[in-house]
Design a protein around this ligand. Structure first.
Ligand SMILES: Cc1cc2nc3c(=O)[nH]c(=O)nc-3n(C[C@H](O)[C@H](O)[C@H](O)COP(=O)(O)OP(=O)(O)OC[C@H]3O[C@@H](n4cnc5c(N)ncnc54)[C@H](O)[C@@H]3O)c2cc1C
Length: 439
């Protein structure tokens, strides 16, 4: 414990909250950046000098004041499941591990007020016991924290009905600034855009209020198709069917389902699939709709078994990439926004040029009230040049790519970065919060 600032931290927070040992610092300096071979190469050696684990707001405030005094960079960490190296300290300094701030403060009618380190899975379970549930959550909900999702995520399960983080899915946040005397701000309304998906660069979020939905008894159903295009078109029709309550509509191209080892016995060979979560009473209607697109209902997990077995969402969103990576470490992924009116044309063009180098996996969601044809194609990686050729080809035909192979907020993020830059100057005048992530 030789650094002067760590001695100050120990004095204020006590020895048990401050870590400088190699193993802890290394572990808590890393996230899931290695999903990207581009980031893997560049971020492998980055790490903090120390980690602290505050238990409450007062300790966050004290730690920030000490770091400011010594001009030490501060990078926040929730559960460290982000994919873009968001939680990796590029310039060393202090990692603020907020996973211990995990108090559910209040669950009211239609909302939950929580400390930032509460795991989304824990909150979902508690809310469901009380007849409510989360509106949206990432497929990493079992580990991921509310603060990490708000500050580093975008959308996920539930986004097909409720949109992404920017669609009213955060109601209020308590934020600490990085100044000589850190200020405690209570932020709501449009000002939240400066903090949602901010990578902890504009302030530290210690408390969040999120909206809850009434609980639904979800059935999980696999719908199988002989070809991927029918699967995506069925997904679109299901997404538009207002009468069917839904949480997940994920078309996945064969052979990706062949990588889902735990489902090996229940998935048909050579079939593209749509993984769905729909209200239990809608299963018959789902079956009929599937038939009209040439699809067949396959494996079904009844509502009574919700969360009692591995769930279908454990194979969707970026978990699809995880299963591909387990099968072959050469896979990586992209995040794509197809242009809804011509998405089939775009899909055909990409498949014609890239074939199995680009395995398709859509996530139908709503954003800004509109149905969006979003996708997380799984890419067989060879070289960076080839990866960026694929990205440029997508862009040249009007498929937007939100590049997951960069840690820069401006490139990969979808928030209002210009507003954030202004906010950063006010809240973090010395640029100490997660330096190097925002241009
Ligand atoms: C297999 C897999 C699947 C995934 N699926 C999804 C998905 O469906 N949807 C999705 O959006 N993401 C997804 N992700 C990315 C990630 O899991 C989620 O965004 C998750 O919500 C991040 O939460 P976390 O607690 O791990 O955050 P972390 O990784 O710890 O942090 C994320 C970012 O937020 C900052 N941060 C964390 N807490 C705070 C705070 N309290 N105040 C200020 N800044 C903070 C960190 O500095 C970092 O920049 C996936 C990742 C993997 C590996």
């Amino acid at each position: 414990m030789s650094l002067a600032w760590t001695i100050d931290l120990v004095k204020e927070l006590g020895e048990t909250k401050v870590f400088t040992d190699e193993a802890t610092v290394e572990k808590l300096s890393k996230d899931f950046y290695w999903y990207s071979p581009v980031l893997d190469k560049r971020l492998r050696d980055k790490k903090a000098d120390a980690v602290i684990s505050p238990a409450n707001e007062r300790e966050v405030e004290e730690a920030l004041a000490i770091a400011y005094l010594h001009r030490i960079p501060v990078t926040v960490r929730g559960a460290g499941t982000g994919n873009y190296g968001q939680a990796i300290p590029l310039e060393g300094g202090l990692v603020l591990d907020l996973s211990g701030m995990d108090r559910i403060i209040e669950i009211g009618d239609g909302y939950a007020r929580v400390e930032c380190g509460v795991k989304l899975g824990v909150l979902e379970r508690k809310a469901r016991e009380l007849g409510q549930e989360l509106r949206i959550y990432p497929s990493t909900y079992a580990k991921a924290t509310v603060g990490g999702f708000v500050c580093g995520g975008s959308g996920g399960v539930g986004s097909i009905t409720w949109g992404n983080l920017w669609d009213g899915n955060v109601l209020e946040a308590v934020v600490y600034t990085m100044e000589e005397r850190p200020r405690r701000l209570v932020v709501s309304g449009e000002q939240l855009y400066d903090y949602i998906h901010n990578y902890g660069t504009t302030g530290i979020v210690t408390e969040v209020v999120i909206p809850l939905a009434p609980r639904t008894d979800w059935a999980q159903a696999v719908v199988q198709f002989g070809d991927f295009e029918s699967a995506v078109r069925f997904g679109e029709a299901l997404s538009e069917r207002d009468g069917i309550a839904k949480r997940l509509v994920s078309p996945i191209e064969w052979p990706l389902p062949s990588f889902f080892k735990p489902l090996e016995k229940v998935l048909a060979r050579d079939k593209s699939v749509v993984f769905t979560e729909v209200a239990g009473e809608a299963l018959d209607e789902l079956k009929e709709l599937a038939a009209s697109f040439g699809g067949e209902l396959g494996h079904v997990i009844e509502p009574a078994m919700y969360r009692k077995t591995i769930g279908l969402s454990d194979f969707t969103w970026n978990h699809t990439t995880l299963w591909a990576l387990k099968a072959d470490p050469a896979y990586t992924y992209l995040q794509a926004g197809f242009d809804r009116p011509r998405y089939l044309e775009q899909l055909r063009a990409l498949k014609a040029e890239f074939g199995d180098e680009l395995l398709m996996h859509f996530e139908w969601i709503r954003g800004g009230g509109k149905l969006l044809a979003n996708a997380l194609p799984v890419v067989r990686f060879t070289t960076e040049e080839r990866l960026y050729y694929i990205i440029e080809t997508c862009r040249s035909i009007g498929v937007e790519i939100y590049d997951p192979h960069t840690w820069m907020l401006d490139n990969g993020g979808r928030g209002a970065v210009q507003g954030m830059q202004v906010r950063k100057k006010a809240n973090d005048p010395l640029g100490l919060l997660n330096p190097g992530k925002i241009g």
